[in-house]
Design a protein around this ligand. Structure first.
Ligand code: AHR
Length: 490
């Protein structure tokens, strides 16, 4: 008789590798993400390297962030990259029409971003302007960043202080083309994509602006109308929002709102399954990546903050959301090969929040840190039937799990208990795992609303976990309510 939910786990040589790029991040010119977030300028008293905060760099390096998407988001389709290069005093300003209507001085531009990526040891993912840009502007940008030979754009780059090209691999062709990127129809955008992609060439991955949530027609139309050879990735955006007109407070929320957020978050399973199935029809050998380049929780902005800046706190609800979503991505590693949490610093489900010289790591940061062991590890497929988290005559699967084996032979199983009240137990046959020595970490807290604050920055942190036992070769792990556990086996 099993002591909990029985998980069947078996290594499979044919299983995919979990692409490290699933653990990607997103930095838009939005609110305090770039300015007064990553970038404080080199005159700041906050320790920095060429204007980029050292504490943020250190924290993100620890996370091993594989890629960083920039400059948007909606901002990307208003952005003209040539305004952000050359002498600072000659750069024109830009009004950030999508986010707060603030005027920016373009002091953080292409060099600043790409050099920052080098500092972070991460791959840049540039989102290029289709909505209000031109093909020429995009073609010039790639020549500026990637071309090592003699050309007008590489000469300009050298003049601006950078000899070697950065060789940017990931290129998004527009963002949310169905909305802020130009309100295009899927058919119209497919044609635009083909045109832009024709002039964006080299050893790069071209990523098309993808569907919002369950807009399967968007995916179908793009897959049908764009030749596979022109498409490296197809995007998908999904935010866990209960009600766009009343998103609720980020900290002061009810169980009803928690249940609503998690219902939206777990919908990701259905979304990636169905979008993947459409892609399979046109790309049966799965060459094209599904790139979930915006995901996360989105609540009302913190009281008193600029409504256009999307600043929100981050609680255990967000930790559960992140753990569950990353488990879904891992389990769909055959098609989901890149994803970007929205957003990295001070915006939406941030991993880092700053206030003047202070910086805190959110519960979501800690989940990303606990899960980094899955990056580029081989997926171990798992099977189980989850118990239910029942609330108010509605239910959700209480547990979600993913597992992988890394190149050193270490096995990691990440488990999330979504249930807000009940602990759950998971039983795994250790013989199938082929491991003996086990350690575990847990991220949990007293209440779902708990969070790290500038006054108490370490309230929520991963801790060593002893809530497991081994009996006759079976491992039983107890997962407290609304918590995330990662077991490591050698
Ligand atoms: O992440 C915030 C915004 O959400 C992005 O700018 C846009 O792409 C999406 O609608």
């Amino acid at each position: 008789q099993a002591d909990g939910t029985v998980i069947t786990i078996k290594s499979d040589d044919n299983a995919p590798v979990i692409n490290k790029h699933i653990y990607g991040h997103f930095a838009e010119h939005l609110g305090r993400c770039i300015y007064d977030g990553f970038f404080v300028g080199d005159n700041s008293e906050i320790p920095n390297t060429n204007g980029v905060r050292n504490d943020i760099v250190e924290a993100l390096k620890k996370l091993q962030i594989p890629n960083l998407r920039w400059p948007g988001g909606c901002f990307a389709d208003t952005y003209h990259w040539k305004d952000g290069i050359g002498p600072l005093d000659q750069r024109p300003t830009i009004v950030n029409t999508w986010w707060g209507g603030v005027t920016e001085d373009n002091s953080f531009g292409t060099h600043d971003f790409l050099n920052m990526c080098e500092l972070l040891g991460t791959e840049p993912y540039l989102s290029a302007n289709v909505g209000s840009g031109t093909v020429q502007e995009m073609a010039d940008w790639i020549q500026y960043t990637n071309f090592g030979g003699t050309s007008p754009m590489s000469a300009l780059r050298v003049k601006n202080g950078r000899t070697e090209p950065w060789k940017v691999k990931y290129w998004g062709i527009g963002n949310e083309a169905w909305g802020c990127g130009g309100n295009m129809t899927a058919e119209y955008y497919a044609n635009e994509y083909r045109k832009y992609a024709t002039f964006l060439t080299g050893d790069i991955v071209r990523i098309a602006s993808g569907a919002s949530g369950d807009d399967y027609n968007w995916t179908e139309t793009l897959m049908k109308n764009i030749p596979n050879s022109m498409l490296g990735g197809l995007a998908l955006h999904h935010y866990s929002v209960i009600d766009w007109s009343n998103k609720g407070d980020a900290v002061d929320f009810t169980e009803d709102q928690y249940f609503g957020t998690m219902t939206e978050a777990l919908k990701m399973e259905e979304l990636v399954t169905k979008h993947s199935a459409i892609m399979d029809k046109y790309d049966p050998t799965k060459k094209i990546d599904l790139v979930v380049d915006e995901w996360g929780g989105w609540y009302d902005v913190e009281k008193g903050s600029n409504p256009g800046f999307l600043y929100q706190q981050n609680t255990m609800r967000d930790a559960v959301l992140a753990g569950a979503t990353l488990n879904i991505f891992n389990n769909h590693a055959d098609r989901v090969r890149m994803a970007n949490l929205a957003q990295c610093v001070n915006v939406l489900q941030a991993v880092i929040l700053t206030k003047e010289a202070k910086m805190i790591l959110t519960p979501t940061y800690h989940v990303m840190e606990m899960y980094k062991v899955h990056q580029d590890a081989k997926l171990i497929p798992i099977k189980f039937v989850s118990p239910l988290y029942v609330y108010n005559n509605k239910s959700l699967p209480a547990l979600n799990v993913s597992a992988s084996k890394d190149s050193k032979g270490l096995v990691h199983v990440s488990m999330v208990n979504v249930d807000s009240k009940k602990e759950n137990k998971i039983e795994i046959d250790l013989n199938e795992l082929g491991v003996k020595n086990l350690t575990a970490k847990v991220l949990t807290s007293k209440t779902l609303q708990d969070h790290n604050s500038f006054e108490n920055p370490t309230k929520i942190q991963p801790a060593d976990y002893k809530g497991f036992e081994i009996n006759k070769g079976k491992l039983t792990v107890t997962i407290p309510p609304f918590s995330v556990v990662v077991v490591e086996g050698k």
